[in-house]
Design a protein around this ligand. Structure first.
Ligand code: 13P
Ligand code: SF4
Length: 319
């Protein structure tokens, strides 16, 4: 702990020296979230992370999260330096939606409005009409449906299916999924809920339909954190990355949090409620980043100029 203390102190100094702020997602290590808060940065979901970058006066944004979050920050703030502790921190949704194939899919359906999830590359966003995050996807799709638009949705099929069933919109779905949320199992969840009947079930909408069906609350990371604070229940079963427990516990220390089961009895899962790419952010590589200034996000201007439109549309809608 003393060593960690020293490391955190050195990082605080380096942040000041570089006029840099930390923009951290709720899934990263609790030490990083704590440091971001203590040093005037932000800890947030993907929607608020996108908003924060533009509001900050810092010269350098250090995005502790996954690659698409750093890219979104750069797209919105081309004049700022955007760094990440590990540029290989990707996302299975982003990986599963290569720009060339996605573009061909769009070409094959020219009468559809293209709506992409934030968890995509800058190139994919450059091909979209709208970008959404889990926190704003429902009202935006509802709005497009009311305008009579047909929607091409990518890349998360579970989130897409959930939005389709909530809004009744005409949606074509790209077949992507999140390796973390896909692991949550309906059968295990039913059993755990029977053992804890008073617990409220909180589910991120990247989870399979059979898990979403059991939810008391379905929502973005911010919405799930709010539910823990505001609902009277003393126990919660949470189907999302367990990095979120740090914030939930900070805001509601008396509540008991249980992770939703990820696989059948005795079986192992790939990611077990913990995103392997979010876990690539650590105090050690953050310190190195601040010393060396490497791992900068660069986006070709022709791509950036097109990708900013769908993101800005979302931010204007959310206002
Ligand atoms: P949120 O926008 O809800 O924070 O989700 C981001 C994410 O990657 C979920 O897996
Ligand atoms: Fe991507 Fe899933 Fe990790 Fe979120 S938790 S960054 S959707 S792989």
């Amino acid at each position: 702990p003393e060593e960690k203390h020293g490391l955190k102190d050195r990082i605080r100094e380096l942040l000041k020296k570089n006029n840099a702020v930390l923009v951290a997602h709720y899934y990263v290590d609790g030490d990083l979230q704590e440091l971001a808060e203590e040093t005037g940065g932000c800890v947030a979901d993907s929607l608020e992370m996108a908003r924060y970058g533009a509001e900050s006066n810092a010269d350098t944004l250090i995005v502790c999260g996954v690659r698409f979050m750093g890219e979104t920050a750069k797209i919105l703030n081309p004049e700022k330096r955007v760094l990440m502790p590990d540029l290989d921190a990707t996302c299975s949704l982003d990986e599963g939606c290569p720009a060339a194939e996605f573009s061909a899919f769009c070409d094959a359906h020219p009468d559809h409005t293209v709506v992409v999830y934030a968890n995509t590359s800058a190139e994919v966003k450059a091909r979209a009409d709208w970008m959404v995050t889990s926190g704003i996807a429902l009202p935006i799709v509802q709005h497009l449906k009311e305008q009579g638009e047909k929607i091409l949705w990518a890349p998360d099929k579970h989130l897409g299916h959930y939005i389709q069933s909530e809004t009744g919109a005409d949606m074509l779905l790209w077949p992507g999924s999140c390796v973390v949320h896909e692991e949550f199992k309906a059968f295990g969840l039913e059993r755990l809920h029977r053992l804890h009947p008073e617990a409220a079930v909180l589910v991120h909408p990247e989870s399979p339909e059979s898990v979403i069906e059991q939810a008391d609350v379905v929502g973005s990371t911010t919405a799930l954190i709010k539910a823990v604070q505001e609902m009277p229940n003393k126990e919660f079963i949470v189907a999302t990355d367990d990095g979120i427990f740090w914030k939930m516990q900070q805001l509601a220390p008396d509540k008991k949090l249980l992770s939703a089961p990820t696989a059948g009895e005795g079986a192992t899962c790939v990611s077990c409620a913990h995103c392997p790419w979010m876990a690539m952010n650590a105090l050690q590589n953050l310190e190195q980043l601040l010393i060396q200034g490497h791992n900068e996000i660069h986006i070709e201007e022709s791509v950036r100029a097109r990708a900013v439109t769908p993101i800005q549309r979302m931010l204007d809608f959310a206002r």
